[in-house]
Design a protein around this ligand. Structure first.
Ligand code: AMP
Length: 223
């Protein structure tokens, strides 16, 4: 079964971690708009320069730029095997643009999974998050540290782990505010379509959240 999944949730809800794991388990392509923008920033492309201020201040990149980068990615041949969108859509116009893409390409979304976490938990988690700029691996000082301290412990990596600028407390609060204003309506959008599933992740470990999402996907396959 070709799965097309949207993962929703505030920044720091664990979308990236779950998306990486789901992609590996189900052979899906993991598409993270945040990772794509960061790759452009790192490579110093024109797009990277255009999005730099948005990323460092925690504001959303304009919809037209974001939708273009996603739809360009979705038409790549590897996406025919199914994909997980992590961090997109993040506004009602983005959700509408994604639906327009599906209509044009004869595809449909199977499920939108919302990973719901209380704001204070998010602040707690994100300020303990460490990322590997080399391979994109995510660690957490409290819940899942690297076995090699400040270095990435993935095979053939050893990147030096960093606290992303946008994971600093002040920026996290700004991102949460943006999330509640702009992204939360996307939850209602998929609720109205009848394809929304919510996992209340407050107090759950990443393994527990993964197990809940797997149950949801199993339900789809049985449907
Ligand atoms: P993330 O790693 O998903 O938290 O994304 C990091 C940053 O990239 C966000 O704070 C935004 O500035 C930008 N970004 C990622 N995805 C989107 C999106 N769907 N729409 C607009 N901006 C985005």
């Amino acid at each position: 079964m070709t799965l097309r999944i949207v993962l929703l949730g505030a920044p720091g809800a664990g979308k990236g971690t779950q998306a990486q794991r789901l992609a590996a388990t189900h052979g899906l392509v993991h598409i993270s708009t945040g990772d794509m923008f960061r790759a452009h920033l790192k490579q110093g492309t024109e797009l990277g320069q255009r999005v730099q201020d948005y990323l460092s201040s925690g504001r959303l990149v304009p919809d037209d730029l974001t939708c273009a980068i996603v739809t360009d990615r979705l038409v790549q041949p590897d996406c025919a095997q199914g994909y997980i969108l992590d961090g997109f859509p993040r506004s009602a116009p983005q959700a509408e643009a994604l639906d327009a893409f599906f209509t044009d390409n004869g595809q449909k979304l199977d499920v939108a999974v919302d990973i719901a976490v209380a704001d204070e938990d998010i602040v707690d988690r994100l300020s303990a998050r460490r990322s590997c700029p080399a391979c994109g691996a995510i660690y957490n000082l409290k819940y899942g540290p690297s076995k090699r301290g400040g270095l990435c412990d993935r095979e053939n990596c050893s990147g030096e782990l960093i606290l992303r600028d946008d994971d600093r407390e002040e920026t996290i609060r700004k991102r949460l505010q943006v999330y509640h204003q702009t992204t939360a309506p996307v939850i209602g959008y998929y609720g109205n379509q009848g394809i929304l599933k919510t996992v209340d992740a407050t107090g759950l470990t990443p393994d527990d959240v993964f197990a809940r999402i797997e149950e949801i996907l199993c339900g789809l396959k049985g449907a």
